[in-house]
Design a protein around this ligand. Structure first.
Ligand SMILES: Nc1ncnc2c1ncn2[C@@H]1O[C@H](COP(=O)(O)OP(=O)(O)OP(=O)(O)O)[C@@H](O)[C@H]1O
Ligand SMILES: [Mg+2]
Length: 396
């Protein structure tokens, strides 16, 4: 009898540990775990079908990359196009852009067989030194290094020529596209735009989170990319849609969360996708599976998360000087801070002076610890990482 009970308990435990966490926080999200974005997906598929390029922008961590991946999995896209995706956030020059684009094409074509790869490599003469053949399999290899790219504009032309001649139409998503405006080479935007304008076989999705730079690139009449893409601003998923999704995900794994707790989790971050999703991921992972999750459990999960992250946050704080620290703390406490260089703001938070705040803010923006939105003529600042903002408020 005891033996049967032990086996039952062990099996129950195993089933519990085999439960899939439906709140994905890394990688590509499989269909049943992807939440909403139905209108946006449909709009993007239609826009691409109508042969228009897309500019997709949103605050950081709202879900741009996941949306692009989702659109690429849509049958109307998957069956008719070659799709490419590269995140150029780490790039700081045209050389690196060329490297990222060519590596992505090679990695996508890898699964399409030797003939397809051969055709690609045959078109990129300027990088011939980076090609080879695997001695065992005879498969073509491509190992481009930055130093191999001597004529980035020529390689770019060859890459685009290849895409133009591909046997299917192509869609190339370039994430964090605003990076190109920071490259030291002259006229990068004009060069890229000139190539893209001539293409009939390839559509582009330009994505990014720096609204200010992207709007400047696409909305000012003097800029090369002016008016060259249909624009989509991605907001948070509506509250009722996200919370019913969350409740259903818990139920589908034999678990329960109260509607109030789901709404509470959403409201803590105004529905900012990554943060709410991360919180529910942890609630699912660490709370007692037999318990109905309520608001207090969400608070407990959040406290644990902030404590876990505390060491990293503390070391970020340690790298700031006194003025930067006190400015960051003041903005975290306001949550959304405007008029930060006004005497009133300086007084309220006992800061040194408007000019010291201004100086600190510019460093904090460079370090990406702060972000801002333009509202009319005023800038509204907030801490970029919402968890960090919460941790600051609790700690200081
Ligand atoms: N539609 C969705 N369904 C479920 N989870 C989502 C969805 N969109 C985003 N997420 C969650 O938010 C996280 C961040 O999404 P994503 O990486 O797409 O944001 P992003 O806007 O590209 O961020 P960044 O600005 O940092 O590049 C995902 O890893 C996932 O946990
Ligand atoms: Mg992204």
């Amino acid at each position: 009898m005891i033996c049967i009970i032990v086996i039952f308990c062990v099996t129950l435990q195993q089933n519990r540990s085999m439960m899939e966490n439906p709140f994905y926080i890394t990688g590509i999200i499989p269909e049943p775990y992807f939440c909403d974005r139905e209108k946006e997906t449909l709009w993007m598929v239609r826009t691409l079908d109508n042969k228009a390029h897309i500019l997709l922008f949103s605050p950081r961590r709202m879900g741009k990359t996941q949306l692009i991946r989702h659109v690429f999995e849509h049958p109307a896209i998957k069956n008719s196009y070659y799709t490419f995706y590269t995140d150029i956030y780490p790039t700081t020059s045209l050389h690196e852009l060329v490297m990222f684009l060519s590596k992505e094409i090679y990695s996508v074509l890898l699964s399409k067989g030797k003939a397809v790869i051969d055709k690609f490599l045959a078109g990129i003469h300027s990088l011939a030194g980076s090609f080879g053949y695997d001695p065992l399999t005879g498969f073509p290899t491509f190992d481009v290094k930055l130093g191999d790219i001597h004529t980035p504009e020529l390689t770019l032309e060859e890459i685009f020529r290849y895409l133009e001649q591909a046997d299917k139409p192509c869609i190339f998503a370039i994430d964090e596209f605003q990076q190109i405006s920071q490259y030291p080479e002259k006229n990068v935007e004009a060069t890229l735009r000139a190539f893209i304008q001539k293409m009939n076989n390839c559509l582009f999705i330009y994505a990014g989170s720096n609204r200010h730079i992207l709007e400047n690139m696409f909305n000012s009449a003097t800029k090369p990319f002016y008016n060259s893409a249909e624009q989509l601003f991605l907001n948070s998923i509506p509250k009722n849609v996200y919370t019913s999704f969350a409740i259903t995900q818990f139920i589908s794994q034999g678990r329960k969360i109260s509607p109030e707790a789901a709404i509470y989790a959403y409201d803590l971050f105004e529905g900012h996708t990554y943060y709410v999703h991360n919180l529910l991921h942890n609630a699912f992972a660490y709370l007692d599976p037999d318990k109905l999750i309520e608001e207090a459990d969400i608070n407990k999960t959040l406290d644990d998360m902030l404590e876990d992250k505390g060491r990293t946050f503390a070391s970020v704080m340690n790298q700031l000087n006194y003025q930067q620290k006190e400015t960051l703390i003041a903005i975290a406490k306001e949550k959304e801070a405007s008029g930060v260089t006004s005497v009133a703001f300086v007084k309220k938070h006992a800061l040194r002076s408007p000019s010291s705040v201004q100086y600190a803010i510019s460093t904090l923006l460079d370090k990406q610890l702060l972000t801002y939105q333009d509202k009319g003529r005023t800038k509204i600042y907030s801490v970029s990482d919402r968890f960090f903002g919460m941790w600051i408020c609790k700690t200081y």
